[in-house]
Design a binder for this molecule. Structure first.
Ligand SMILES: NC(=O)c1ccc[n+]([C@@H]2O[C@H](COP(=O)([O-])OP(=O)(O)OC[C@H]3O[C@@H](n4cnc5c(N)ncnc54)[C@H](O)[C@@H]3O)[C@@H](O)[C@H]2O)c1
Length: 374
């Protein structure tokens, strides 16, 4: 029998289906999806009680609406509101949620629904993966990073004081339900940095998506419903396809999503996460990677210029003045994707075509960092 949720003929909001070792799940994106959350959960066979984990910024505009939507479908929804921000991805916060669930006598078949950015998703998923040895989990991403990246692929985690995402699991959600309308309440800077990740998807895999970004930059920055929904769906589909091919990041496919991240992460870490938003670091990092690729003869000036112009149209930074190069290099040497001491670089061979290289000379990296920060 065809599943109504994962059948694109009957579900026009279906962006993709993620396939993993334990089954599959739908990735749905649409305008106003939160108001239809009850129907979606009912189709997935989840209920009659659900536990929402959200943050203090997202609760009022979206958590409450989700609660009403679930109640209309006969699903009782309890809400746990965490403080907004990265510090909530902690064991202490997870412990509070476990105790709240125990207090409400939560049972094994009842879902946890994370509504919010990547923090609510990673933390809610971590709790779902461990509470009662695993309860059903649903992702309702409301930030751009969460929609096109964090909610898809099953990585859940909390941070340790020493480093981010140090304790976690691969725990796949039962569904990802993204309400594109929620992007309209993001600030302009948050929107820009979020689009950086989606632009990255085009640059590494889908040249026609890059065309769409070029043609509709202004409309996307205004979150116009039709084009924004289309681009979010396409971007989610790319992430879904990549994680379906390489569920546990062992086959060298998922690493392509790291385009721009080697330098980007290092810029974020070396400035103590206070100066660059993640997508801004990735934007500068993509420029660094493009220069490396050009110097290695992999691409010409046309590709690097095209990438630069596109990032600028989304008000993204393409250089990083006044950073301490020693700090950046130190942060790069701690990159989790390092193997045997050598960074694995994701580099473009063309627009929409990326590959992994381990033979980037240290001098070229140093030159490129100086070029970016000079
Ligand atoms: N699991 C993964 O594969 C994966 C991938 C990428 C990032 N992450 C994680 O995701 C986190 C970053 O995600 P993030 O940028 O969404 O962070 P976040 O969850 O902290 O959200 C950023 C801010 O936006 C607010 N917000 C969210 N949606 C909003 C909306 N629609 N309108 C207005 N404000 C809104 C939040 O309250 C928060 O203040 C990091 O912890 C990172 O490690 C995980």
């Amino acid at each position: 029998m065809t599943d109504p949720v994962t059948n694109s003929a009957t579900n026009p909001e279906l962006a993709a289906t993620v396939h993993h070792s334990g089954g599959s799940y739908p990735v749905i994106a649409g305008w106003g999806v939160i108001d239809r959350l009850g129907e979606h959960l009912t189709e997935l066979g989840l209920g009659p009680t659900a536990y929402i984990v959200t943050d203090e910024n997202v609760m009022r505009p979206y958590g409450r609406r989700a609660q009403w939507a679930l109640q209309r479908a006969g699903i009782a929804a309890h809400c746990f509101v965490i403080p907004a921000g990265e510090t909530s991805k902690s064991f202490a916060q997870a412990q509070e949620i476990y105790e709240w669930l125990v207090g409400l006598k939560a049972e094994r078949g009842q879902p946890i629904i994370a509504i919010g950015g990547g923090v609510a998703g990673d933390l809610g998923g971590f709790v779902a993966s461990t509470f009662l040895r695993g309860v059903p989990f649903v992702q309702v991403p409301t930030s751009m990073a969460a929609m096109v990246d964090a909610s898809i692929g099953g990585k859940v985690a909390v941070n340790l004081p020493q480093a981010k995402n140090m304790v976690g699991a691969f725990y796949q959600p039962r569904a990802v339900l993204a309400d594109v309308q929620s992007l309209a309440t993001l600030g302009k800077r948050e929107l820009s940095e979020g689009w950086a990740e989606a632009i990255k998807h085009g640059l590494i895999i889908d040249p026609s998506l890059v065309d769409v970004f070029e043609e509709h930059a202004a409309a996307l920055m205004d979150v116009e419903p039709e084009i924004s929904t289309e681009v979010i769906r396409r971007s989610m589909a790319i992430k879904a396809d990549v994680v379906s091919q390489d569920e546990r990041e062992t086959l060298g496919v998922r690493i392509l999503l790291n385009y721009g991240h080697t330098i980007g992460h290092a810029l974020e870490a070396s400035t103590e996460y206070g100066r660059f938003m993640h997508g801004e670091g990735v934007s500068v990092g993509m420029m660094g990677a493009a220069r490396i690729a050009r110097e290695m003869g992999m691409i010409g000036d046309d590709v690097i210029d095209r990438q630069r112009r596109l990032l600028q149209r989304f008000n993204l930074p393409i250089t990083a003045a006044n950073v301490d190069l020693d700090d950046v290099r130190r942060a790069m040497s701690l990159d989790k994707k390092t193997v045997g001491g050598a960074n694995r670089w994701v580099l473009l061979e063309d627009v929409g075509q990326a590959t992994v290289r381990r033979d980037v000379p240290t001098e070229l990296v140093d030159d490129t960092l100086a070029w970016l920060t000079g």
